[in-house]
Write a new protein. Sequence first.
Length: 218
Amino acid sequence: MDALVFDAYGTLFDVADLHSVCEAAWPGQGEAIGRAWRLKQLEYSWLRTLMGRYVDFESLTVDALRSTCDSFGVQCTHAMIDRLLLAYRNLRMFPDTIAALRALGGRRCAILSNGSPPMLEALVRNAGLQGRFEVVLSVDAVRLFKPHPRVYQLAADTLRLDASRIGFVSANHWDACGARTFGFRSFWINRNKAPPERLGAEPDNVLGSLTQLASHVG
């Protein structure tokens, strides 16, 4: 492999950080709302791609939050939305992120994410990772969400590499399967020992943490 491409949310950065912000907004229901919000966010990304009704990830995230609050019967004010969007720009890295990136040395690395460019730029900057990635790619460039093949093609085109020369790293099983189907060598980071989805495809490698990645890529 000549390059590694990483998913951002849930892979390098912990979206569970948002649960504490949700708890402050909706005491006693924060974690449940946070989990439901994340699932609704993914659902909307897939549905909007299928319908051809793209909006950037930040707008989609707000729509998903409002829908989740409606289902829980709780209020969702503009101030709450602003706090949660700010939290998205300041997510903590998983404990294994920095060690894994250091172990990869000078290998070409990139990010490919559903996140909108302003969200990703702020996230990488606030984490102090500027310069560690050759490029930070957003699906906004193709106006489709993962796992559409054109999203993975964006990474191959930008890096000017054949798909078979790229390793794709994600903690989302469906994302790793989408990358494998496209032609990348895929690594599923299964930190929580979750069962795989039944999608007719499997990742090439299943790892328990990002720190195991270096030994698999040489």
